[in-house]
Design a protein. Structure first.
Length: 150
């Protein structure tokens, strides 16, 4: 298996949206596809396409927020590729990028009850939850991880 995480290109959009929709309603609300598309339009330089053997199988973003936190955003994989360690590699990729910014003191992830345990395994701590935040039955899990001094 040949894994590549590369910068997002506009031609990736339709494939990423297709994969995103395969994760509805288990991990995302249908209405969130609009938010994903807006993110890709406004912050394409912060997004990465994940390829296995030359085929896009997922994506992940990382952005410096206004409060100078580093956020992992819009991480999702094709259902056929979950549980294979690709999410861990994608988050590690983003953390490596974000760690280069000395202004960042904390990393954040906003996720749901279906993925918060994944982020816990990566070292993120649960800060708060909010019921039905993303949609009915899909709760918000705010998570943080302190930037480790190297």
């Amino acid at each position: 298996m040949s894994l590549i995480i590369r910068s997002y290109k506009p031609k990736d959009r339709s494939r990423l949206v297709e994969i995103f929709m395969l994760n509805v309603p288990k991990h995302f609300a249908r209405k969130e596809v609009i938010d994903l598309e807006e993110y890709l339009d406004k912050l394409p330089e912060t997004y990465y396409s994940i390829e296995v053997d030359g085929v896009i199988v997922g994506g992940v973003g990382c952005v410096v927020e206004k409060d100078l936190s580093g956020s992992i955003t819009w991480i999702f994989m094709h259902p056929d590729f979950t549980g294979q360690g690709l999410g861990r590699v994608a988050v590690d990729h983003c953390l490596t990028i974000l760690k280069k910014d000395n202004r960042i003191k904390v990393f954040k992830a906003r996720t749901s009850q279906t993925a918060f345990q994944f982020f816990e395994k990566m070292g993120f701590l649960l800060i708060r939850t909010e019921k039905d935040y993303w949609a009915e039955g899909i709760d918000l899990y705010d998570m943080e991880m302190a930037k480790k001094i190297v």
